[in-house]
Design a protein around this ligand. Structure first.
Ligand code: NDP
Ligand code: GDR
Length: 322
């Protein structure tokens, strides 16, 4: 029997990869989009004939309950959020409404309209924030360092609470940074790969960045959506850390990305106070052993391959546009 999945945030990086994966598995995919005066569904342009798009907003309970009711999903993937950490200091209340209370609204929609559906919450390594324990695992205490991280901690615990209070099948994936050629241009990896392509082609000379010493555990988004799906196929709902187990600095990302096209990042990267954060997350590195053992999940793309994939995709994009 065909399964139905409802995906919020389908127009985002993860939503597009997850929709592809679910379609290859034979799912009926219903994607939630919010009303816009334009239809910039860039990342899912190649899928629009194969997914159903329905309109709702994380701020509007009625719209969410209605789409859950109409779709009658077997699985719900809640990927929608205000996901850019830097913006969360400028728009802390809106970030809380989307990224924290939006989760409660989705859980309420599920509870009222599809209580048997399985629910995935997009939790984040930003919940760990300040280094309390390295590497970070499921039991590591949270110490978020941004309004975004604080909102994600709320989203995580309300998911756990609804599981325990109402017996819902609700799982939470604590995912470390994952990137791809579809990553938003404001995130550091894509900002770098895009600039490397432009600099190589003579369209730009300088790249202004903030903290080059921050360390992240970066993986490939295509691998991470597979982990989301695996979580919802388990007999019991649970929470899982997903990451590679390796950590690199922003500086190391620059070194590899510029190096991939024969350039030296030191000739192009300029540090700019504007991109430093009021509070930084210095070091993230995952211990993904639970996911490996219980989900059979391992990443297939390593750091170097990820950096090269992103630089090559941006180079190809600019060359085609010429
Ligand atoms: P993106 O920023 O690429 O996508 C966010 C999605 O949320 C977009 O589809 C956006 O729609 C949608 N959205 C935002 N606000 C609303 C709203 N009010 N109502 C309905 N939809 C809304 O994020 P990613 O794909 O990278 O991440 C997916 C999820 O995973 C997010 O929750 C993020 O916080 C979380 N996460 C991401 C990680 C990563 O490294 N990528 C790591 C850990 C967690 P629109 O196109 O209209 O803006
Ligand atoms: P992050 O991703 O905050 O980890 O959140 P981002 O790529 O924005 O920052 C990573 C690190 O790079 C440093 N940095 C810069 N960042 C940006 N964006 N721009 C710069 O110019 C720059 N210079 C240095 C940052 O200070 C930071 O340390 C991402 C998002 O996808 C979240 O939604 C998700 O939950 C987490 O990853 C896991």
């Amino acid at each position: 029997m065909t399964k139905t999945a409802l995906v919020t945030g389908i127009t985002g990086q993860d939503g597009s990869y997850l929709a592809e994966l679910l379609l290859t598995k034979g799912y009926r995919v219903v994607g939630v989009v919010r009303r816009s005066s334009t239809t910039p569904y860039e990342r899912i342009a190649h899928l629009v004939d194969r997914v159903e798009l329905v309109s709702a907003d994380l701020l509007d309970q009625t719209s969410l309950t209605d789409v859950v009711q109409a779709a009658a999903p077997d699985e719900i993937y809640n990927l929608a959020a205000q996901s850019f950490v830097q913006t969360s200091w400028n728009q802390p209340v809106l970030t809380g409404e989307f990224t924290a209370l939006g989760v409660t609204r989705m859980l309420e929609a599920l509870r009222k309209a599809a209580p048997k559906a399985r629910f995935y919450q997009a939790s984040s390594s930003e919940q760990f924030g300040k280094v309390v324990e390295t590497p970070q695992r499921e039991s590591t205490p949270f110490y978020p360092r941004s309004p975004y991280g604080v909102a994600k901690v709320y989203g995580h615990w309300i998911t756990v609470n609804y599981r325990e209070s109402f017996g819902l099948y609700a799982a939470s994936g604590i995912l470390f940074n994952h990137e791809s050629p579809r990553r938003g241009l404001e995130f550091v990896t894509r900002k770098i790969s895009d600039a490397v392509a432009r600099i190589k082609l003579g369209l730009q000379h300088e790249l202004r960045l903030g903290n080059l010493d921050a360390r992240r555990d970066w993986g490939f988004a295509g691998d991470y959506v597979d982990a989301m799906w695996r979580m919802l196929q388990q007999d019991e709902p649970d929470d899982y850390v997903i990451g590679t187990g390796e950590t690199y600095s922003v500086r190391e990302f620059c070194e590899l990305a510029f190096g991939a096209v024969g350039l030296d990042y030191r000739n192009h990267v300029v540090q700019d106070e504007k991109f430093f954060r009021p509070a930084e997350v210095d070091l993230l590195v995952a211990d993904p052993s639970k996911a490996r053992e219980q989900l059979g999940w391992t990443p297939t793309v390593n750091f170097r391959q990820l950096v090269e994939m992103m630089v090559e995709a941006d180079l190809a994009r600019y060359r085609t546009a010429r």
